[in-house]
Design a binder for this molecule. Sequence first.
Ligand code: ATP
Length: 254
Amino acid sequence: MQSNVLLKIVNLSKTYQSKNNVVKALDRINLIINKGEIISLLGHNGAGKTTLSSILATLHPPTSGEILYKGTSIYNNLLDFRKHLGFCPQNANLDVQLNVKDNLIFAGRYYLMPEKLIHERVEELLKLLNLKKYETFQITELSGGTRQRVLIARALIHGPELIILDEPTVGLDPDIRHQLWKIIKTLREKGMTVILTTHYLDEAEVLSDKVCFIKKGKILLTETVKDLKEKHKKDKLEDIFLSLMEEDEIITEL
Ligand code: ATP
C-alpha cells in the first residue's frame, strides 16, 4: 500500500546563537504531514512557527534532526526537493521593477521551465488567482490583497506538490481574507498539500484538516480540528487555543 505521508519531521531542533544570546527556537519537533492536507502551525509570537516553516522551505538548515520527503532526506538532494515546494513568505518580496506577469515569467525561468510551459502556466495562474486584469500593473500599484495573490501565483509557477504559506492574510480586510481562503481551499482540491502559519484562529478553523500547536519551540499537540473540539467539548478553536496555550508572561501594565 502506498503511504500517504508526504513529509516526516524527526527530532528537528534549531538553535540561534549570537555573541550574547542563545535561543532554542525549535526543540526536538516531530511531525507528520500527509498528502493533500492543509495543516496550520499555530502559536504565540516567538513560538517557532516561522523558524519551522522557513526550515521546511529550505531557507536555512536545522541545528539537528531530519526532514523526510516521501521517505528520503531532503538534504540528500535539496535542489530536487525545491522543485516540489512552493514558498510564500511573510514579506512580499516581489520584484518592483517588473509588472505582475513578468514577475511570474521570471519565477518560471528561475525554475528553468521551458518558455512555452511558462506562458501556459502564467495564463492558468492569472485566471486561477483572479489576476488577469492586473497582469500589466507594477507591483507598487497593487493593493495588499492583490499582492498576496501574486505571491501565491509565483509560488505555484512550477507546479509544486507542497506549498508553504507564511501568514498569507495578515493585515488584510475580512472580505479579501475570505477570497484567499477560497483560493487556499482550491489548492487542496487540486491535490496540493498546504502548510499554513497564521495568527488568525478563525482562518485555521475554516481551512485546516489538522492544526499543530507550537509553544516555546515544542509541539504541544497535532490533531484534527474536529477531534480537538470533541475532546475539549468546545465549539471554537480559539477557545481551545486560549485554554491550552496560556502565556506565562502577560503584560499587565503599559
Ligand atoms: P511570530 O508569530 O512573531 O512570527 P514565530 O512563532 O514565527 O513568531 P520565530 O520567528 O520562529 O517565531 O522565532 C522563534 C524564536 O527564535 C524567537 O525567540 C525569536 O526571537 C528567535 N529567532 C528567530 N529568528 C532568529 C534569528 N535570525 N536570530 C536569533 N533568534 C531568532
